[in-house]
Design a protein around this ligand. Structure first.
Ligand SMILES: NC(=O)c1ccc[n+]([C@@H]2O[C@H](COP(=O)([O-])OP(=O)(O)OC[C@H]3O[C@@H](n4cnc5c(N)ncnc54)[C@H](OP(=O)(O)O)[C@@H]3O)[C@@H](O)[C@H]2O)c1
Length: 332
């Protein structure tokens, strides 16, 4: 199959990660055909992708017949299941891992050749069981399971860091004191979290600006990354640097107030926040390294550059804190 007739199916094409990939692939000069999978083809985001040339296909990941049809004739498959979807947290019900394994099987049986999965490393494995993060451990197991399916020519795990987008999402910002969206009662934009550990740098990525292009880069050269887990980040900075940068670009007062320990972080019954507690425990144990390993910016930048080349665009640096915050919070 040449680039011009390769079909790439994008699961979660209307979500943060999938949409970023679909938008980048739609500008590829290879002529990839983008098949956008959604449960609701009539949504604004699905319609936007259709207007840009994607084939929008209605399918529910839990429906085997839907997924078989959606994956027919597909060369490359991007899979990102949302492990905080309430349906995978019903006691006794199917889990995110069950869904991931099922979709691995359906895609392998359908003849998919390149399987790229939104993954995590396993904190349990790294720490010898001392700092489990069950949601991350489960994604890691799905990636390993996919590598066992010999029908795939290449299986790649793409492991995104903390989203820059969380800083423009009210639910996230409210969980950490309101910074950088809502001032506290003293008029200060206060960020309060447990400490990351080690040098205190938090590995962060702009999904919209960088992650989609990194994934596009993986689809351009899948054999090069076969059986690898690629950490995806654009910058890493401390929380002190974060609040200082906000004040610098916005002119507004901000401060970082560390929590005494990860255990005192309020979770309000949210599975996302419970997992974040576990993640702080993990990164504190692992010297601040969320990915398990030291940061690798070169691979990220090379992947982005290859994707941009494929779109006829000049290379660009990865999106860093200064760029992201200037764009979203800078004084106009
Ligand atoms: N926030 C962070 O800092 C961070 C960092 C790393 C990883 N993550 C992980 O990223 C994942 C979330 O990804 P995201 O941000 O791209 O999510 P998102 O924006 O909420 O998008 C989820 C997508 O999944 C699709 N979807 C949901 N259920 C489906 C089903 N049953 N069948 C088919 N499609 C379905 C939705 O499509 P339709 O509604 O159109 O069907 C939607 O496009 C989570 O596992 C999260 O933990 C987050």
């Amino acid at each position: 199959m040449t680039g011009s007739n390769k079909v790439i199916a994008v699961y979660g094409a209307t979500g943060n990660q999938g949409r970023a990939l679909a938008l980048s692939l739609l500008k590829s000069k290879q002529g990839f055909k983008v098949r956008a999978i959604t449960r609701n083809p009539g949504s604004e985001k699905a319609q936007e992708l259709a207007s840009l040339g994607a084939e929008v296909v209605k399918a529910d990941g839990w429906n085997e017949a839907d997924m078989k049809a959606a994956l027919a004739g597909v060369w490359g498959f991007w899979l990102n299941t949302h492990h905080h979807d309430p349906v995978v947290h019903v006691p006794g019900g199917p889990t995110d891992e069950d869904l991931g394994r099922k979709l691995v099987d359906i895609s392998a049986d359908a003849g998919v050749k390149v399987f790229i999965y939104s993954t995590c490393e396993s904190p349990t494995e790294f720490s010898g069981g001392k700092t489990p993060v069950p949601g991350m451990d489960a994604k890691h197991r799905v990636e390993l399971y996919a590598r066992e399916r010999k029908e795939f020519d290449s299986v790649i795990g793409a492991f995104p860091g903390w989203y820059f987008e969380n800083f423009i999402t009210p639910e996230y910002t409210k969980a950490f004191g309101g910074f950088p969206m809502f001032p506290d009662e003293e008029g200060i934009y206060t960020f309060t979290t447990p400490l990351v550990g080690g040098e205190g740098r938090v590995q962060t990525i702009s999904v919209a600006d960088d992650f989609g292009e990194m994934l596009h880069g993986m689809f351009l050269d899948p054999m090069r990354f076969k059986n690898q887990t690629i950490q995806c980040l654009g910058d890493a900075f401390t929380y002190e640097e974060l609040v200082k940068e906000f004040t610098k670009v916005s002119g507004k007062p901000a401060r970082y107030v560390p929590m005494e320990s990860y255990e005192v972080m309020p979770t309000y019954g949210s599975t996302v926040l419970v997992e974040l507690q576990q993640i702080y425990h993990w990164t504190q144990w692992n010297g601040g390294l969320f990915f398990g390993r030291p940061d690798d910016f070169d691979t990220c930048h090379n992947l982005k550059t290859e994707a941009r080349k494929d779109k006829g665009l000049e290379p660009e640096p990865l999106t860093d804190l200064h760029k992201y915050f200037t764009e979203h919070f800078g004084q106009k």
